[in-house]
Design a protein around this ligand. Structure first.
Ligand code: NAD
Length: 243
């Protein structure tokens, strides 16, 4: 595992799921972690872990993002994990659905990247990790029009940032998971009515025959935080879905 001693890491949407597992993994790797989310109650649990500081942060709020990053100061690693799954086809979305998802899944990352980049450029070092999905430019997935569109934008913005700053010490990569056990996945399975059938269908699309764990995705985030010879890549971590 990468040694992140002395590194300052900010994670968005860190209260549960992949963000939470990543905050814990970054701390285990020796980093000082700022775990941020809108859910203060769940964040309080994380605050008990050595190396983790918690902070309420709504990534939809421009002013709150600017204030938070000004107060945090130096950031060596930014993990943009916040994101939302809209279910449905192009005929089943509203303009409001699209606007909300663009704001949470894409613009939130633009906000946080703009907040950390000047400092990273001054130091000539920084790693930015953006949470995309296999449902993106990597793969068309049924019933995920808005989601796939916004996560494809995450891959695009990742490559664009990487291209602009690759010679200035900044790495920017995206993570593209398959289906991962998380509280919101549980909600999606329950929302389908027949929980067992929904779960079986999610597992069936993973050739490895199981869902991923948040910890497996967190390991990749820690790797990318410390990886010094890769940028602009979209890493599939998907139980074989994209083979
Ligand atoms: P989750 O969906 O269960 O949790 C999301 C977290 O985001 C919650 O703690 C919530 O409070 C927080 N959040 C919501 N709105 C916020 C806002 N405005 N500001 C800050 N925080 C906010 O977690 P998950 O399923 O692990 O998903 C995390 C990321 O991984 C998302 O970007 C998701 O699209 C992506 N992803 C998940 C899967 C999966 O199968 N779980 C697969 C591919 C990609």
């Amino acid at each position: 595992m990468a040694d992140l001693a002395g590194k300052v890491v900010v994670v968005t949407a860190a209260a549960q799921g992949i963000g939470r597992a990543s905050a814990l993994a970054f701390a285990k790797a020796g980093a000082t972690v700022h775990a941020t989310d809108i859910n203060e109650q769940l964040l309080a649990e994380l605050a008990k872990t050595s190396g983790i500081k918690t902070r309420k942060l709504d990534v939809l709020d421009d002013a709150a993002v600017a204030t938070a990053f000004a107060e945090i100061g130096r950031v060596d690693v930014l993990f943009n994990c916040a994101g939302f799954v809209h279910s449905g086809s192009i005929l089943e979305m509203t303009d409001a659905d699209l606007e909300f998802a663009l704001n949470l899944n894409v613009r939130s990352m633009i906000r946080t990247i703009r907040a950390v980049l000047p400092g990273m450029l001054e130091r000539g070092d920084g790693s930015i990790i953006n949470m995309a999905s296999l449902a993106s430019s990597q793969k068309g997935v049924p019933n995920r029009f808005v989601y796939g569109l916004t996560k494809a934008a995450v891959v695009g913005l990742t490559k664009a940032v990487a291209a602009d700053y690759v010679a200035k010490g900044i790495r920017c990569n995206a993570i593209c998971p398959g289906t991962v056990e998380s509280p919101s996945l549980q909600d999606r399975m329950h929302a389908q009515g027949d929980y067992e059938a929904a779960r079986a269908a999610f597992i069936a699309r993973q050739p490895m025959g199981r869902l991923g764990t948040p910890e497996e995705i967190a390991d990749l985030a820690v790797y990318l935080a410390g990886a010094t010879y890769t940028s602009g890549q979209a890493y599939n971590i998907d139980g074989g879905w994209s083979i």
